[in-house]
Design a protein around this ligand. Structure first.
Ligand code: PAF
Length: 281
């Protein structure tokens, strides 16, 4: 595995790999099994696999503690090597001093994380666009854990006609059911035990009787959440991310999404509700 820190060197390498299948998994490091599962998904589909580690300042609000984001470059490099990564891109000085572009995806960014963290998705789509331009992958792989981010990146790639296939990898849970996240390291043992309610609430909403209106399903889930603050628990259309009407049963493929706070740690989780099969005549 080759480690690349220079942006121009990475771009020249991307250029030299033209005509080959190049898989790309962008990350912010502090890698866990969720990240390595994306590498394992992409590896067999590509001749070359690139992973990036870059804690992107553009996607953090001034009140978020960017400096506090966990880092473990040595551990990360070992995990990448074991997952068969060919090139590990850890850019230094990723944005030139003259950088003045923002990539803004509208619509799917207006609610949920977009409303809770103004500017966050502009930061994500901007860094991912620039990473795509530098690495020049044919396949980009993102986790379903950040379901709204995945939707934003799919929209951006389609709208800008970028010749990149976007793959997604399923969310990975720890043994206690908690969705893996680099931020879990900040939970106290007591918070971590309380946070188990999140996936249980999601599963309860998913597994509720199909005839129940969405609002009643959600009420079941909300009653199960024990957090310091529930930012949202919602059933959304899996394409538009618009909430489904409270008064009607869930009649299409949907996603149950939740974000809750434990102290100043925000945890995100989600689960799919598959569309009920058409009743046979
Ligand atoms: O999901 C992440 O780790 C980040 O948002 C990403 C996609 C690497 C962009 O900084």
């Amino acid at each position: 595995m080759r480690i690349i820190r220079d942006v121009a060197e990475m771009q020249a390498l991307g250029q030299s790999l033209r005509g080959h299948e190049v898989g790309f998994v962008p990350t912010m490091g502090y890698l866990h099994r969720g990240h390595t599962s994306l590498m394992e998904l992409t590896r067999p589909l590509c001749e070359h696999l690139v992973v990036s580690i870059y804690v992107n300042p553009l996607q953090f609000a001034p009140t978020d503690d960017l400096a506090r984001y966990p880092r473990d470059l040595i551990g990360d490099a070992t995990k990448c090597e074991a997952a068969g990564v060919d090139f590990l891109f850890i850019p230094e000085g990723f944005y030139p001093a003259t950088f003045r572009t923002q990539v803004i995806v509208s619509g799917v960014t207006s609610r949920w994380e977009g409303a809770e963290r103004p500017g966050h998705f502009a930061g994500v789509s901007t860094v991912v666009s620039r990473l795509f331009g530098v690495v020049q992958p044919t396949v980009g792989c993102f986790g379903e854990k950040d379901f709204q981010q995945l939707t934003v990146i799919r929209s951006m790639t389609r709208d800008l006609a970028l010749p990149i296939r976007i793959l997604s990898g399923p969310l990975v849970r720890d043994d206690d059911g908690l969705a893996l996240s680099s931020r879990n390291v900040y939970l106290t043992p007591e918070q971590r035990v309380r946070a188990r309610c999140l996936h249980r609430a999601l599963f309860a909403v998913r597994d509720a009787p199909a005839h129940l209106p969405a609002g009643e399903r959600l009420a079941l889930g909300v009653a199960m959440v024990d957090s310091d603050k529930l930012d949202y628990l919602a059933i959304v259309d899996s394409e538009s991310l618009e909430p489904l009407p409270d008064g009607l049963p869930v009649d299409r493929s949907a996603r149950v999404i939740v974000t809750a706070r434990y102290g100043n740690v925000r945890l995100l989780d989600n689960v799919a509700i598959e569309a009920a099969p058409e009743a046979s005549p």
